[in-house]
Design a protein around this ligand. Structure first.
Ligand code: UD1
Ligand code: MG
Length: 449
């Protein structure tokens, strides 16, 4: 493939009115990040020399999300041809290849874009390469009119004849164009058509009128799903999730019931990880090799190291770090805390703002009382310490290496290494009291009542 410079124009000025949202459409998340960033990631894989995103007025959040790509504002939405013209100032002297993508079609694959660029750089030197597809329901998509000499024109559904509407080959909207010819062709686009819009698709007929050839490559319907409504957003999410699940399994993780495991775009799983059903990975989760994750766990911004064992029903919140071979059991919540190697927190526990030393055992129902209503404080538990069940560790507090805390303690002061701390009321016993109590109550009870 001849090397040539590449510029990408992403059209994202659409209001997304059918989303019924205050958020610009392309900012709606898929797998935990804005859909436009999925597209920008695919784009950056192509190592383009320039990226220009066309946004609508008031879409500063989109501009922030796509930075360092340049953004230009299309103040009036006069059609796809008009939208591309807004990028002219940024690309006036650009003579390489120009790829036009839609911000609301974020699932397009790198492979398809590579095929389009290869076609554009082919010896036939087509002025415009269009990405076509054959959807199950061609609906109101524009149609590709193809003749012996290649692609002749794209007709919009509203402008198409009955015969043209029968064509199964549709326009995805994605184009690769010769940058040397783009602006002289685009400035000839008019709005003299059924919608009164400047159609970018007119580039094909205009190039043909100049004697140039045009061609198309075929994409898959799935990657060309456009998101215009929340229903389509959910369909796109399903596709993204399915790709992420497959990638996890191809990377050496076992997903026992893949359809019930939800990933974020950046979830990283090691080899020989086993994930049981119904686990949600929020953004920023890293899992080492050999980790077992049992069902119904929820994770975000946390790390689980090699050979650890987590769940079922565990919640790891931001800043949780589960060390190698550590165990986190059911109904355990961990936030901003480190469990060192082999530490165990097996049942019904809250650990926040803490260090649990290597080999320490935290008994059922233990709570680190890290918040006094104003400040968060730290709990430090030494290596091999043993915290008896149902203890409250009132932070800031330190438990020394190897210390034991008796069950049911409320620990407010430091416990030295190797010491026993018991902080609960002393047990008393009154012999015979229960028998006497019952006897008295029976005697007092009025018969018949
Ligand atoms: C377009 C194509 C049609 C194709 C279909 C695929 C044209 C004339 N038609 O039609 O052949 O089958 O996509 O989905 O190109 N946009 C702007 N500014 C505008 C207009 C649109 O930024 O002034 C952006 C939108 O945000 C969207 C994309 O361009 O991301 C497509 O716009 P849309 O109005 O959906 O085009 P269609 O009429 O569906
Ligand atoms: Mg559309």
């Amino acid at each position: 493939m001849a090397t040539s410079q590449l510029a990408v124009i992403v059209l994202a000025a659409g209001m997304g009115t059918r989303m019924k949202s205050d958020l610009p459409k392309v900012m709606h998340p898929l797998a935990g990040r804005p859909m436009v960033q999925h597209l920008m990631d695919t784009v950056s894989g192509l190592e383009p020399d320039k990226v220009v995103v066309v946004v609508g007025p008031g879409m500063e959040r989109v501009a922030e999300a796509v930075a360092p790509a340049r953004t230009v504002v299309q103040t009036e939405r006069l059609g796809t041809g008009h939208a591309v013209m807004q990028a002219r100032g940024e690309l006036a002297d650009f003579t390489g290849d120009v790829l036009v993508l839609y911000g609301d079609t974020p699932l397009i694959t790198r492979d398809t874009l590579d095929r389009m660029l290869a076609e554009r750089r082919d010896a036939k030197d087509p002025a415009v390469v269009v990405l076509g597809f054959k959807p199950a329901d061609p609906g109101h998509y524009g149609r590709l009119v193809v003749g012996a000499e290649g692609l002749k024109a794209i007709v919009e559904w509203k402008d198409a004849s009955q015969d043209q509407r029968e064509i199964p080959l549709c326009n995805s909207g994605v184009l690769a164009i010769d940058g040397k010819r783009l602006w002289t062709l685009a400035e000839r686009i008019t709005s003299d058509n059924a919608k009164g819009e400047y159609y970018l698709t007119d580039l094909v007929a205009l190039a043909r009128a100049d004697g140039a050839t045009c061609s198309f490559v075929l994409g898959e319907e799935e990657e060309l799903l456009g998101v215009n409504s929340r229903v389509e957003l959910a369909a796109a999410e399903a596709i993204v999730q399915s790709r992420l699940r497959n990638a996890a399994m191809e990377g050496g993780a076992t997903l026992i019931d893949p359809a019930t495991v939800w990933f974020a775009w950046d979830t990283r799983l090691g080899r020989d990880v086993v994930v049981w059903p119904h686990v949600v990975f929020g953004p920023g989760v890293q899992v080492g090799d050999g980790v077992i994750i049992k069902g119904f766990c929820h994770f975000e911004q946390c790390r689980i190291d090699d050979d650890a064992d987590v769940g079922p029903y565990a919640r790891l919140r931001p800043g949780a770090q589960v060390g190698p071979k550590a165990h986190v059991g059911n109904f355990v919540e961990i936030k901003k805390a480190v469990l060192e190697e082999g530490a165990k927190v097996n049942h019904l526990t809250y650990i926040g703002d803490a260090r649990i030393g290597a080999g320490a055992n935290v008994g059922a129902g233990t709570i680190t009382c890290n918040y006094d209503g104003f400040n968060k404080s730290f709990t430090d538990i030494g290596a091999n310490a043993f915290i008896g069940s149902n203890s409250s560790l009132v932070a800031p507090v330190k438990i020394g290496d190897g210390a034991i805390v008796g069950a049911g303690s409320v620990v407010t002061r430091e416990v030295g290494p190797g010491a026993l701390a018991v902080a609960r009321s002393t047990q008393m016993e009154l012999s015979g009291w229960a028998d006497r109590f019952r006897e008295k109550k029976r005697a007092e009870k009025t018969p018949g009542k």
